[in-house]
Design a protein around this ligand. Structure first.
Ligand code: UD1
Ligand code: MG
Length: 496
């Protein structure tokens, strides 16, 4: 084995440690048909954030206690390596812990987390575990000091370092409601001490639930060591019980993500207006203007500009790309120096090669655009493969769908497609071909040929002035009769 002992500790599994995430509750206070832990904040479901924060702890087991919408919760956490146990019905957080017992194997310690406090960071959990081990405690609570502690259980201290109980909000005495140190519902337990204490807990509350928090009082009463470690950043323990809590947690996640990108050299203007998902990356000297959303697995190169109002989802941008205002890009790749927009829409599977230029009101779907090719105005390109240095005129449409199937359009290099042309797929335009403006192209146009498919123009000299004279003559009698009617209408009014 190479590396220092500290490095081994980083990578070695914690064989004596298990993680329990309590995620069975419905979340009544959200007023939702979706289970609470499946609600999203900061670009992920709540429970996914928590499983990911626990991953680097390398516990022997990550057990997620599921109940409401168990299958859907399982579908989120199982691919991340967690196992689920079913708590049905849900008789409280203490009961949830009892249900998890069998899945914990030979773990000596367990870190227990609620499924609704997703801002928790790995470093904080590591510090909690270290405090628990060093203090030889039966339980160590992660607490926080909040200006407004309402809604949370309060930590009742026995001494400066130890705790005598956690009291739920509904059970606070007048004096206890002054306490502003709250229970995060994140704990480290020594399991051989927890189980007998939990067995003594009674459902002494109006919901008839077994509260895990009551095991703290039992442990302390038995003279066991119960510690509380105050979180350095109290935002990490924010729980999501209401929609307002969800919005607040989302705001914090987004703020952290923007700070991460800014510290790696990205400029973000009016940062509070910019929404960035957790897996997004951007390189140095990229500028993001107000009101931009960068979603999914979007990856942006160096020195790009993403201008106001643009929404990029799973987009891959090379260096020096410019996205003008109000573009919508999904599952597409833009190589170096591409410029799109304003008002361009790139739907899935589009690849714009270096120096391509896509202008306003241009929509692309499943299309490849070659280097230096331009489509500047009012165009739809679907299932099209276009070569290099081609010009697609304003209003060009690929007719790729006949109501049943989609067909490809292939356009070569240095092709000139005149404005307002429709290309009825399947169809090919060879290298260097021309398409005359206003054509409906149904047959292939070979290389260097002209494709012209439109009605011939007929020009009739003097036709317009003759027409105007005819129309004026027809108008005269009608105009005079209208005037006389108006006069006759006014007269009776004046007499009154
Ligand atoms: C809980 C704590 C409270 C703490 C707060 C922090 C208890 C009794 N209270 O209150 O001291 O300040 O978290 O956010 O623990 N769950 C189950 N099975 C159940 C009941 C709940 O798995 O039978 C899960 C829920 O899905 C949720 C978590 O446990 O993810 C916490 O439950 P919740 O109802 O949110 O408890 P709080 O009222 O927030
Ligand atoms: Mg809660």
């Amino acid at each position: 084995m190479s590396g220092t002992p500290a490095e081994w500790a980083e990578t070695m599994p914690n064989q004596d440690l298990a993680i329990v995430i309590l995620a069975a509750g419905k979340g009544t206070r959200l007023k939702s048909s979706l289970a609470k832990v499946l609600h999203r904040a900061g670009g992920r479901s709540l429970v996914e954030h928590i499983v990911r924060a626990c991953e680097p702890l390398k516990a022997r087991e990550v057990v997620v206690v599921v109940g409401h919408q168990a299958e859907q919760v399982g579908a989120v956490v199982e691919p991340l390596g967690a196992v689920t146990v079913l708590q049905q019905p849900q008789h409280g957080t203490g009961h949830g812990m009892q249900v998890a017992k069998r899945a914990l194997g030979r773990a000596k310690f367990a870190v227990v987390l609620p499924g609704d406090a997703p801002l928790i960071r790995t470093e904080t959990l590591k510090a909690l575990i270290a405090a628990h081990r060093n203090g030889d405690a039966a339980a160590t609570i992660l607490s926080a000091v909040l200006a407004d502690p309402s809604g949370y259980g309060r930590v009742v201290r026995k001494s400066e370092t130890t705790v005598s109980a956690i009291v739920e909000e509904s059970q606070l005495t007048g004096e206890q409601s002054e306490i502003n140190e709250i229970n995060s519902a994140i704990y480290c337990f020594t399991l051989e001490k927890l189980w007998p204490a939990l067995a003594q807990v009674k459902p002494n509350n109006k919901y008839r639930e077994l509260y895990l928090t009551d095991a703290i009082g039992v442990l302390s009463g038995k003279g066991e060591t119960v510690l509380a470690q105050v979180a350095a950043d109290s935002r990490e323990v924010l729980g999501c019980n209401t929609r307002a809590d969800l919005a607040e947690v989302d705001r914090v996640f987004r703020e952290w993500k923007r700070a991460e990108l800014m510290s790696s050299g990205v400029t973000i203007q009016l940062p509070e207006t910019v929404l960035i998902d957790p897996d997004v990356s951007a390189s140095e000297d990229t500028v993001i203007e107000p009101g931009v959303q960068l979603l999914g697995k979007t990856k942006i190169g160096a020195r790009c500009t993403i201008r106001t109002g643009s929404v990029l989802t799973d987009a891959l941008l090379g260096d020096d790309v410019i996205v003008e205002p109000h573009c919508v890009v999904a599952q597409s790749r833009l190589d170096e120096r591409v410029i799109i927009g304003p008002f361009a829409r790139l739907r899935g599977e589009t690849h714009l090669k270096a120096d391509a230029r896509i202008g306003n009101f241009v929509e692309l779907k499943k299309s490849t655009v070659g280097e230096g090719t331009k489509a500047m105005h009012l165009t739809y390109l679907g299932d099209a493969k276009i070569g290099t240095k081609t010009n697609i005129g304003a209003g060009t449409i690929t007719c790729n769908y006949d109501g049943f199937h989609k067909y490809p359009t292939t356009i070569g290099n240095k092709v000139f497609v005149g404005s307002d042309s429709t290309l009825v797929a399947p169809v090919r335009l060879g290298d260097g071909a021309y398409v005359a403006a206003g054509s409906t192209i149904t047959d292939n146009v070979p290389a260097d040929a002209l494709g012209i498919a439109r009605g011939r123009q007929a020009t009739k000299p003097g036709w317009a002035s003759k027409k105007r004279r005819e129309l004026a003559a027809a108008e005269k009698p009608r105009k005079s009769s209208r005037r006389s009617k108006k006069k006759s209408r006014r007269r009776p009014g004046k007499r009154k």
